[in-house]
Design a protein around this ligand. Structure first.
Ligand SMILES: NC(=O)C1=CN([C@@H]2O[C@H](COP(=O)(O)OP(=O)(O)OC[C@H]3O[C@@H](n4cnc5c(N)ncnc54)[C@H](O)[C@@H]3O)[C@@H](O)[C@H]2O)[C@@H](O)CC1
Ligand SMILES: [K+]
Length: 511
C-alpha cells in the first residue's frame, strides 16, 4: 500500500474530482459519511456527549460535515470552531452553512477564549488541523490542544492528530493531539510509523473515500506500507518435482565462546523458512552443541576453539548470513575483511558483522552488491552516524543504502527496508519481539529466503513480514512479555499459513 506525501494526496484529490466529475465538496461528504458510519456502528446512538473541535480548513470542514450527520442521528453534540485564521476554506464554509441551516450554531473559539469544559466521559472529535498544517499552531491553539490532551476523554482524530505535520517533526511536542484513534483517509501517513512521531496515536485505521484507483496505482512513491496484500505476491510456491537442492544451501557464519546459541537460532530459522540445506560455520567450541540442538544442520568449524580466525567454506553456497555472536576480536576482524574480499555473492550481515564494518569503514567498500544489512538502532547509528530526528535518520539510511548498493533494514516497531531509493515499511510485529535472539532469527530467515532463490529485496521484505507475523502469532499464544526468539521460530510455519488467509479489512496499529 502506497504512502503518499501531503502533496500527493492533494494531487489525488484534484485528479479524482476531475476524473469523476464531482464537485469538490463531494469528497468531504464521503469523508464525513465514512466517519459517521464508523462512529455510529460503535456508539449505536449512545447518549454520550461528542465534542467536535473543527479548524477552518478542509479538516475542519470534515468535522463540521460530520457534526451534521451526528445531529441527524440525534447524537448529543457540541461543535467548536477553532478560529485560528480568517482564511476559511470554501468547503468548510459550505458545510458551516449546511449546519446552520439545521439550527446548529457552533461556538467560535478565538485567542481570548475560555477553554471549554471537557468531561473524561466525552468523546472528542479532533478536526482542527489535517495534512495542511505547515507551521506551528499559534500559542492559544497549542494551549487548547494541551487542554484536550489533559482531559482524559477518548480522542478520535480526523485524518491525522492535529498539530502533527505529515512530513516533518512537530514544532512543539506539547502542541500535538494525543489521539486515542485516528481515522485517516485512503492512505496511511509516514508519521504513523516512526518512533518519534508514531507516539501521537494509539491506533489508526483507513477510511476509503474513493480516491481514483488509476491515480493510486500509477503514482510513484518513496515509501510503501507492506500489508498482507502487498507481500502475498512475493511468495513463490514450492514445486512438485523439486528436491532439497532446489531450495538452496545456506551458510550461517558466526558464534564465539558463550554465543553459539545465536548461530543455532539463525540456522534453525533458516531451515524453518524453507532453505534446502543449512551449514553453520562456528569456532570449534560450538561443534557438539550445534550437532545436538539442531540435527538438521551441518557444522563446519574454525581452527580456533573460541573465536573465528579464518572463514573457509569448501563449497559454493547459495546464501551466507554472517555476524551473529561473532565478536570483534582482531583475528575475527581480519578474517571477516578477507572473507568480504573473496566472497562473490550477496551476504546477509548482522550484529558483530555490522560492528566490524562501523569500526573499519574501509571495509564498507568491500561489501558485495545487493548484500542485506540488518542493524538495530544502535548498530545503525554506528554505521551512518548520529541523526537529528527520525526524518534525518531516514534520509541518511536511504543515502547509505544507495551509495553501497545494498538493502538496508532499519529494525524497530515498524521495520523499514531501504533499497533503490525506496523504503518499505513493515506492518507486522509487536513489542514482545524486543527480546534476545530475535535479530538472529530474522537474519536466519532472510538468509534462508535468499538461498531459496529470492532476490535480495523480496527476500528481505518477505522475511521481515513473516518474522513479525510469526512474532504476532507467538505473542497471541504466550503474551508479549513471555515471547522468546525460539517462540518466533516455532511459529514461522503458522505465519506462512496466515499469509494466505483471507485479508482482513486494513487496520493499523499505533506505536
Ligand atoms: N484529498 C483528500 O483526501 C481529502 C481531504 N480532506 C481533508 O482535508 C484536509 C486538508 O485540508 P486543508 O488543506 O484545508 O488543510 P487543514 O485543514 O489541515 O489546514 C487548514 C489550513 O490552515 C492553514 N494553516 C496551516 N498551518 C497553520 C497554522 N499553524 N496556523 C494557522 N493556519 C494554518 C493552511 O493554509 C491550511 O490549508 C485533510 O487532512 C482531510 O482531513 C477531506 O475533506 C476529504 C478529501
Ligand atoms: K485532525
Amino acid at each position: 500500500m502506497k504512502i503518499f506525501t501531503a502533496n500527493q494526496i492533494y494531487k489525488a484529490d484534484k485528479f479524482t474530482i476531475e476524473k469523476q466529475q464531482i464537485p469538490s465538496d463531494a469528497l468531504m461528504e464521503r469523508a464525513a459519511t465514512q466517519l459517521f458510519e464508523w462512529i455510529h456502528s460503535r456508539l449505536q446512538g449512545a447518549e454520550v456527549t461528542i465534542q467536535l473541535f473543527c479548524g477552518i480548513g478542509n479538516n475542519g470542514g470534515d468535522g463540521i460535515a460530520l457534526a451534521r450527520h451526528l445531529k441527524e442521528a440525534d447524537y448529543n453534540i457540541q461543535v467548536h470552531v477553532v478560529n485560528y485564521s480568517e482564511k476559511r476554506s470554501k468547503d468548510f464554509l459550505l458545510n458551516l452553512e449546511r449546519l446552520k441551516d439545521r439550527k446548529i450554531w457552533p461556538e467560535f473559539l478565538n485567542d481570548d477564549c475560555v477553554m471549554p469544559e471537557i468531561s473524561p466521559n466525552d468523546i472528542i472529535v479532533d478536526a482542527i488541523f489535517g495534512i495542511g498544517l505547515n507551521r506551528a499552531p499559534s500559542e492559544w491553539v497549542g494551549k487548547l490542544i494541551e487542554h484536550i490532551n489533559a482531559s482524559q476523554a477518548f480522542v478520535l482524530s480526523v485524518d491525522i492528530p492535529s498539530g502533527l505535520p505529515s512530513d516533518r517533526m512537530p514544532w512543539n511536542t506539547d502542541h500535538v493531539i494525543r489521539a486515542s484513534y485516528v481515522l485517516s483517509f485512503q492512505v496511511p501517513k509516514l508519521v504513523f510509523f516512526l518512533p518519534e512521531t508514531g507516539v501521537y496515536q494509539n491506533q489508526w485505521e483507513l477510511l476509503d473515500i474513493g480516491l481514483d484507483a488509476e491515480f493510486l496505482v500509477k503514482e510513484e512513491v518513496d515509501y510503501e506500507f507492506m500489508t498482507q496484500f502487498d507481500v502475498q505476491p512475493i511468495y513463490r510456491p514450492r514445486l512438485k518435482f523439486s528436491h532439497k537442492g532446489t531450495y538452496g544451501h545456506a551458510v550461517i557464519v558466526g558464534g564465539g565462546y558463550g554465543k553459539i546459541g545465536a548461530v543455532q537460532m539463525a540456522a534453525n530459522a533458516c531451515l524453518s523458512i524453507g532453505a534446502g540445506l543449512a551449514t553453520t560455520f562456528v569456532p570449534e567450541c560450538g561443534y557438539h552443541s550445534l550437532q545436538t540442538a539442531l540435527p538438521e544442520a551441518m557444522v563446519l568449524t574454525d581452527a580456533e576453539d573460541d573465536y573465528i580466525s579464518e572463514i573457509k567454506i569448501p563449497f559454493k553456497p547459495n546464501a551466507i548470513g554472517i555476524g551473529m555472536g561473532m565478536g570483534t576480536k582482531e583475528e575475527t576482524v581480519q578474517a571477516f575483511g578477507k572473507f568480504l574480499k573473496e566472497v562473490d555473492l550477496p551476504l546477509v550481515i548482522d550484529a558483530d558483522g555490522l560492528n566490524i564494518l562501523s569500526q573499519n569503514p574501509k571495509l564498507l567498500n568491500e561489501i558485495p552488491k545487493l548484500s542485506i544489512l540488518t542493524p538495530h538502532p544502535k548498530e545503525l547509528e554506528r554505521l551512518i552516524g548520529e541523526w537529528k530526528n527520525d526524518f534525518d535518520k531516514l534520509d541518511k539510511a536511504k543515502t547509505f543504502a544507495t551509495k553501497h548498493d545494498i538493502v538496508l533494514v532499519i529494525k524497530g516497531a515498524h521495520t523499514i527496508t531501504f533499497y533503490g531509493g525506496k523504503g518499505y515499511v513493515n506492518s507486522t510485529g509487536n513489542p514482545g519481539m524486543a527480546t534476545a535472539g530475535s535479530g538472529d532469527v530474522l537474519t536466519g530467515m532472510i538468509t534462508g529466503l535468499v538461498a531459496m532463490g529470492y532476490d535480495s529485496l523480496p527476500a528481505t521484505v518477505l522475511g521481515v513480514y513473516l518474522h513479525g507475523l510469526a512474532g504476532d502469532i507467538g505473542a497471541s499464544l504466550v503474551s508479549y512479555d513471555a515471547l522468546k526468539a525460539t517462540g518466533i521460530i516455532e511459529n514461522i510455519g503458522k505465519a506462512y499459513l496466515e499469509l494466505f488467509k483471507r485479508p482482513e479489512p486494513q487496520e493499523g496499529k499505533g506505536a
